[in-house]
Ligand binder design. Sequence first.
Ligand SMILES: Nc1ncnc2c1ncn2[C@@H]1O[C@H](COP(=O)(O)OP(=O)(O)O)[C@@H](O)[C@H]1O
Ligand SMILES: [Mg+2]
Length: 430
Amino acid sequence: MLFVVCQTAFRAPSKGLPAAGNSTSVRRDPESAIRASEHFRGAVQQPLVAQAHTGDAVLSHDTVDIHSIPRQQVVSPHLSAVPEVARVLRRLGLGCLPAGAVESFAGRNDNWAGTTSTGAAVFVKQVADRDPARPGFHRAVSFERFIARTPVPGLLAPRCVGWDEPSGLQVFAWLRGTRSGAELIADRAFAEVHAHQVGRAIGALHGAGFDERDGIDRTPPPLPSVELLRALPLRHFLEATAAELAFWQLLQPDRQLVDALAALREAEAAAEPRPVHGDLRLDQLLVDGDAVFVTDWEEFRLGDPARDVGGFVGDWLSYAVRGITAVDDADTTALSDHDIIARGTAELTRVRPLLRSFWAGYRQARPVRDPQLESRATAFAGWHMFDRLLATSQRSPRLSAVQRAGAGVGRNAVLAPQRFAGVLGLDVTV
Ligand SMILES: Nc1ncnc2c1ncn2[C@@H]1O[C@H](COP(=O)(O)OP(=O)(O)O)[C@@H](O)[C@H]1O
Ligand SMILES: [Mg+2]
């Protein structure tokens, strides 16, 4: 691997994003979208740019906390190793959890769910902020303050029973028997009624008033980091997996993509800040019949609504691309271009009605017109493909052909959002 140490930095020219509705050639053809997957599939690896941390370097290795990037984690420690759980439950008057009869769910933080000695069904979560200032925990708490003060019609979230600042613990009602949105997708059971409800809830959230007393975070989310797209800090380089380095090698030499992401960040900064979930994905949803609960509010902040729309839509896009790989494909690298395009087109066509339902629900709840919203949301949906690829690359030794295909589709959405919005169902007018 070539390692280029470079100490110069530059800024991309400032550019706005075109509005989705302004284009005369709005493309709703899923096949053309999937064809864009070719871009990265056979990509030749380019040298990676990393940057030494010197006194006057523009970039320090603290620019982005790489530990804040989600990692899959299934097993939470035994409750005997986390005595603060019992302490906090006792303080809340909820008795104690029987250590041998708790369940844990996949997530980046530890969690324990069970029925306490007083009969309360609780879901306890410990937000593991690396930053001692605990920004994630405080954002989650600020959501509870916000939602207690501001009813948001249609938004369902697990009821928070209490929290404990020193340990970073939050206690919720355990929504037993619910299934996550991701699980429903696996069974093809995520229906248009669910998508519509999520759209309504998120639209209402974005339209809700807020109070300075809620202490809602106003800092911009760390990714996509324009700095990392230009040069990796040395420590980050040394700690990265081979697949993560391959990820940055894919992006860094792509000047068009880097410039488009920089323009997206500028457009995001210029958007009117609204209360947003900030990390909306299908595995953050809990479904109970037709009701959908939105969980995990650690990224709650005042930000660009396009982030949430792009997160939901982009997650569907990433499932559609993943659907290219049929369960019986032993070797995904053996898929031909034709297979990838045909299967990807079919998957995207299948999920589009759900995306249209989501967007119709959103528009119903928030008819306010932001002419750039669809374009920014589409570009964020494109970025979401890279975001998921980055999360996967931190756990895997190499990037597969289908993963690269996903990045190619994402690139297309970032570069030409006005043409891609219709493919993603963001063309419904209410
Ligand atoms: N109140 C709840 N009741 C039941 N399951 C829950 C509840 N909250 C979250 N979960 C499950 O636990 C998983 C992890 O919770 P989440 O809040 O997303 O934590 P993380 O920050 O670790 O991602 C979710 O995907 C969901 O399946
Ligand atoms: Mg989560």
